[in-house]
Design a protein around this ligand. Structure first.
Ligand SMILES: Nc1nc2c(ncn2[C@@H]2O[C@H](COP(=O)(O)OP(=O)(O)O)[C@@H](O)[C@H]2O)c(=O)[nH]1
Ligand SMILES: [Mg+2]
Length: 186
């Protein structure tokens, strides 16, 4: 009787794992905008790095909490456009299309915002559940740059978060915005 109970329990646990995989948050953006620093801020100790199948491109995955929701976080290789040229860009695009992320976080450099917004527009056009993370705000402040994130958010129609990932600035707000987006989508 006891054994049977354990067997049942194990069986139902496996079923649960299959039925409720974690929702995913995918980080995208140009190279060197701070995606990996953000990834490390959002995830815990257990991170796996593996080659994307059939390529030499590495993809890091970890888990993090967004208010009450535990999610898988995926760090992608740098991309400039949704129309891929390099192998890294192909992998980033494949990840976006195949993993069905609940949230896509487009990380941009505050000091080079204009140059990076074309990818934001492409991601909006592709109907990704998007959050714009304007990183490197410490650098922007240093050079006297001011950004109106509320206005940008209004104009783009997506949540916009200002951050300086190296200083852990904006990360709590990002977690909150991710949780909100998941909740409204559900
Ligand atoms: N000043 C500043 N530097 C940052 C910030 N976030 C990341 N960096 C630095 O930018 C460089 C690229 O970061 P990384 O996370 O590797 O960028 P990735 O290529 O987008 O993954 C590293 O030297 C980081 O330390 C930030 O908010 N402010
Ligand atoms: Mg990186």
């Amino acid at each position: 009787m006891r054994r049977f109970y354990f067997w049942q329990k194990e069986k139902s646990t496996k079923k649960n794992l299959r039925q409720s995989p974690l929702r995913k948050a995918v980080l995208v953006g140009n190279p060197n905008v701070g995606k990996s620093v953000v990834f490390n801020r959002l995830t815990g100790l257990y991170v796996t790095v593996s080659n994307y199948p059939g390529t030499t491109v590495e993809v890091a995955r970890g888990r993090g909490y967004f208010i009450q929701e535990e999610m898988e976080v995926v760090d992608t290789p740098g991309m400039y456009s949704l129309l891929p040229i390099t192998e890294e860009e192909k992998v980033a695009r494949q990840l976006l299309l195949q993993e069905q992320p609940s949230v896509v976080i487009h990380v941009v450099d505050a000091c080079n915002l204009e140059r990076m917004l074309s990818l934001t527009l492409q991601l909006i056009e592709a109907e990704m559940p998007l959050i714009l993370l304007i990183n490197m705000m410490d650098e922007a402040r240093r050079i006297g740059l001011r950004l109106d994130c509320d206005l940008l958010s209004q104009r783009l129609g997506i949540p916009v978060v200002a951050a300086a990932a190296v200083l852990n600035e904006g990360m709590a707000n990002l977690r909150k915005k991710v949780a909100e987006l998941v909740r409204t989508a559900a």
